[in-house]
Design a binder for this molecule. Structure first.
Ligand code: SF4
Length: 310
């Protein structure tokens, strides 16, 4: 399946001897069951990331204390679908994509919107039998691990404050209504994003972000860089056609486009380079070497690493 859950190999072609790999972002309980019924052993090739499992386990743990789960994620993304499925098996669950939706959700918590509107606004994003009047009385927030950690934190902080105000609570008793799930944020994504925030402080002329065009975490890095630099999202060094031309993915046009004269005329040119969480180092190194080759005085990354080592 692709990252949006579209089958590339239809189920009818699968038989018990086949190997089906469950990817790092996991899969839904429904899919696990379907595979089991086909006679496929999923445990052997289950590569679900332990940090994603940690999110599921925490959702299950807080559901035992009667908290509902708010998932910050993209509803169509496979990881969010998987997390939603695991969470909904134990507790009422609703997905919010961004702060605007969270503000909408808060209006139902505070009773500022009629309950019936919830089912329209959050259509397709809440679990079966979700009861808006009672299922938002105790909540906890978890996320699709590749969302911006800062955004998830802002959403969690916002909802915590809403619960505090609405139920007249303070830091000492907020746990009655709001579960602390901060430690479920994936540190790998978080560190990668923090490094990019650091990069934004530098005086670069442009940014190159390397990663898969369907990668959620890479797209977030592109969005961060775009706020500060002209940014080019590429999947490999081959996209840098020459010192004059680059082929890169536009998140806004949702297709690959070409840009001429992407390198400024000035000297020296400062380029910020970063990559998605699962982008192989070798790919990034090829990109750096390709860029370096356009500048006569530049050294290869190997030569620079040697200088640092000596
Ligand atoms: S982003 Fe984090 S949680 Fe998600 S697969 Fe990578 S390491 Fe695991």
């Amino acid at each position: 399946m692709d990252t949006r859950g579209k089958a590339i190999i239809p189920f009818r072609y699968l038989s018990p001897g086949d190997i089906v790999i469950v990817p790092a972002f996991g899969t839904t309980l429904e899919m696990e069951e379907k595979l089991r019924q086909t006679g496929i052993e999923i445990e052997k090739y289950n590569t679900t990331c332990p940090f994603v499992e940690k999110v599921w386990n925490r959702a299950e743990a807080i559901s035992r204390n009667k908290y509902s789960i708010v998932v910050h994620g993209k509803p169509q993304h496979e990881e969010t679908r998987a997390t939603f499925s695991h969470s909904a098996a134990h507790s009422p669950t609703v997905i919010v994509t961004d702060m605007a939706e969270t503000i909408d959700l808060a209006k139902f918590i505070k009773g500022e919107k009629p309950s019936k509107d919830f089912y329209n606004i959050f259509k397709g994003k809440y679990s079966k039998d979700f009861h808006v009047e009672k299922d938002l009385e105790r909540i906890g927030v978890v996320n699709q691990t590749t969302m911006l950690a800062a955004d998830t934190q802002a959403i969690a902080d916002y909802l915590k404050n809403v619960m505090m105000e609405h139920y007249h609570l303070d830091e000492n008793n907020i746990a009655d209504r709001f579960a602390d799930t901060r430690d479920t944020l994936c540190y790998a994504t978080s560190e990668n994003q923090s490094a990019v925030y650091g990069l934004l402080e530098t005086k670069a002329d442009l940014a190159i972000v390397v990663g898969g065009y369907n990668s959620s975490n890479t797209s977030h890095l592109v969005e961060l860089c775009e706020g500060k630099f002209p940014t080019y999202f590429i999947k490999s060094a081959e996209e840098i056609i020459s010192s004059k031309q680059i082929h890169h993915y536009s998140l806004h046009k949702k297709k690959e486009i070409a840009t001429i004269s992407f390198l400024p005329e000035k000297k020296p040119v400062r380029i910020a380079v970063t990559s998605g969480a699962s982008c192989p180092d070798a790919l990034v190194e090829c990109v750096i070497n390709r860029l370096a080759s356009f500048f006569k005085t530049s050294k290869t990354s190997e030569a620079i690493l040697k200088e640092f080592a000596s």
